[in-house]
Write a protein that binds this ligand. Structure first.
Ligand SMILES: [Fe+2]
Length: 375
């Protein structure tokens, strides 16, 4: 008897049937048998490219609170001419005058410590780097940790899925039948999937030079949007900027923790609220950047609710409409995207079909306590 479609999907998702030719023959057998079903070819996913990097499911652990530390930015040690990163073998392509550069001809895995320092400085300057043709995804996790750990203690996310044995990786597998899949496609109450944010900005020392790479990607879509919070700040009038520089805002991880709990996910650390300056200064470049985001900023300290909502909503509208200081990072096999989380906001673009799969990893070094522009 031919296997059912559900049997086949189960086998594919668990990686029990790695032979594609067998799989296609089995699907054909189902079709030939006249068993009704939706678009079979679109419903069947091949095995994961990196099955050993699938996230842990059903984890339930408590982690200790993050500890304060003194952050020394790797970019502060870099040779400003960036000779190890940008040389005659390196090709660069800028996506916008304000942010975003595609780089090829250099392997992150081959950079010395000085080269990694330069990478940090260039990330701060260009805000988002899109490295092509990297062997990074094939490095052992320990080596990936060693490279990204160069930039600061690696953050353990309070709610995101992890890799077995590695607390600091975010490992996300979005495909039909997985938990993240439902949340990803929930647009019942919203017109768009876009949610501009700075990762875990509620932490006392939010992340800095963040590494993100895909292991499996949809045929089309699944890009990431980035915007320059430096340019967003620069567009405001001098008088308005002056006022913003005196303000502080509350960022909250409470809703994220509650959301995870409600969805049956893990809460490793309870959500915290933290006060940060509305305008922060990059510790190395000295650039000023807006540091509010719709994802985690909740209120302006000292303002009444209507005042706070009006100001924050104005700023959120301003950055969302700024297509002239936004870029779109696309992914190919071997792409690693690195951003300076202190001075950009980003949004996932989960526009790909429900039958598609997206599997990614992220390592997230923490940075300094945000430096206020008013200091
Ligand atoms: Fe994010």
């Amino acid at each position: 008897m031919a296997p059912s479609v559900a049997d086949l999907e189960q086998k594919v998702q668990t990686g029990v049937t790695p032979n594609i030719a067998d799989l296609k023959a089995a699907v054909q057998a189902v079709v030939s048998a006249g068993i009704p079903g939706p678009n079979l070819s679109a419903e069947i996913l091949p095995p994961l490219s990196y099955p050993h990097l699938a996230p842990i499911e059903g984890e339930n652990k408590i982690s200790p609170p993050l500890q304060p530390f003194e952050h020394v930015d790797a970019a502060s040690r870099a040779d400003p001419k960036l000779p190890r990163l940008l040389n005659d073998k390196t090709k660069t392509h800028h996506l916008s005058p304000y942010l975003g550069t595609e780089i090829s001809g250099v392997q992150i895995s081959q950079l010395s410590k000085q080269g990694l320092d330069e990478l940090s400085l260039y990330t701060a300057q260009r805000k988002v780097l899109i490295f092509r043709d990297q062997d990074f995804a094939d490095l052992p996790p320990e080596r990936q940790i060693e490279i990204v750990g160069h930039y600061g203690p690696l953050h353990e996310h309070p709610t995101a899925p992890q890799l077995e044995g590695f607390d600091n990786f975010i490992a996300s597998l979005r495909q039909k039948g997985k938990k993240a899949y439902r949340a990803e496609y929930n647009v019942e109450d919203n017109l768009s999937y876009t949610l501009w944010h700075s990762d875990v900005s509620y932490e006392r020392q939010p992340p800095a030079t963040t590494f993100f790479w895909l292991l499996d990607q949809p045929e089309v879509g699944g890009d990431t949007l980035f915007l320059s919070q430096v340019e967003a700040y620069n567009r405001l009038s001098p008088e308005f900027r002056k006022r913003l520089e005196t303000l502080r805002a509350i960022h909250s991880g409470v809703e994220q923790a509650e959301g995870s709990r409600k969805a049956g996910g893990v809460v490793r650390r309870e959500g915290i609220t933290t006060e940060h300056p509305v305008v922060r200064v990059h510790p190395v470049t000295g650039e000023k950047a807006l540091f509010v985001n719709k994802g985690f900023t909740r209120s302006i300290v000292g303002f009444k609710k209507e005042e706070s909502d009006a100001l924050l909503n104005f700023l959120y509208d301003h950055i969302a409409k700024g297509a002239d200081f936004q870029v779109r990072a696309t992914y190919q096999k071997g792409t690693v995207v690195i951003w300076d989380n202190r001075i950009v906001a980003h949004s996932a673009v989960p526009d790909y079909g429900k039958e598609q799969r997206r599997h990614f990893l992220r390592l997230t070094p923490q940075g300094e306590v945000p430096i206020p522009a008013s200091a």
